[in-house]
Design a protein around this ligand. Structure first.
Ligand code: SAH
Length: 196
């Protein structure tokens, strides 16, 4: 299989917003992801009260799981609709505030304070805005990033990681000549060269 066949693919932010508006969100898992349950111990590594990052979070229910376990969750998505649906579907009250340094960006924070969701492009975030993280749940994130932006994405993720950060990455294996994605096919060798 030739991952090169997807190299030129681009899904614009506008197109992502449209997927949310028209309900074409087949990627959303109502029941949460079994691999997070399976590898939860690896993510937590015996630690409690972690700061956990959800890049390209959508309305991932795993954010609620981890918050309920006492961790503090930060997510980012371009779709305000996704973030509002997350709070609404879990019956969580939240406040909204602008984000200094990100024009048009918003932070939606649960009233309880342990879930903060940024509405902006991930490329506008930095550790000075969002802090650094002890854990990352990357599902539907690296594989959703446009192939041309992978290096930029991974470089940013590395700057958001605390020293002992654990990073759970979910990818998908398929023949990239048969499907155009997203999710895109990211071969293991590329993951190694991206993250070093
Ligand atoms: N991780 C989530 C959602 C996966 S779909 C889950 O597991 O369900 C990818 C999400 O990324 C979409 O919600 C889309 O709106 C968002 N997205 C795409 N490009 C983005 C970008 N540059 N910055 C922030 N969010 C983005």
């Amino acid at each position: 299989s030739d991952p090169g066949s997807q190299k030129g693919q681009v899904v614009t932010e506008e197109e992502w917003l449209q997927k949310w508006e028209t309900g074409k969100i087949g990627f959303h898992k109502e029941q949460g992801h079994p691999l997070l349950q399976k590898y939860l111990d690896v993510l937590l590594n015996g630690r409690s009260g972690l700061r956990i990052f959800f890049p390209l979070c959508g309305k991932a229910v795993e954010m609620k799981w981890l918050a309920d376990m006492g961790h503090s969750v930060v997510g980012v998505d371009v779709s305000e609709q996704a973030l509002k649906e997350f709070f609404a579907e879990h019956g969580l009250p939240y406040c909204e505030e602008p984000v200094p340094g990100i024009s048009g960006g918003k932070k939606l924070q649960s009233t309880s304070g342990n879930i903060s969701l940024y509405c902006c492009s991930i490329y506008e975030l930095s550790s000075s805005i969002a802090g650094k993280f002890d854990g990352v749940w990357d599902r539907g994130a690296l594989v959703a990033v446009n192939p041309c932006d992978r290096e930029r994405y991974v470089h940013l993720m590395i700057t958001l990681m605390e020293k002992n950060c654990s990073y759970l990455l979910v990818t998908v294996l398929y023949d990239p000549n048969k499907h155009k994605g997203p999710p895109f096919y990211v071969p293991e060798s590329e993951i190694k060269s991206l993250f070093g």
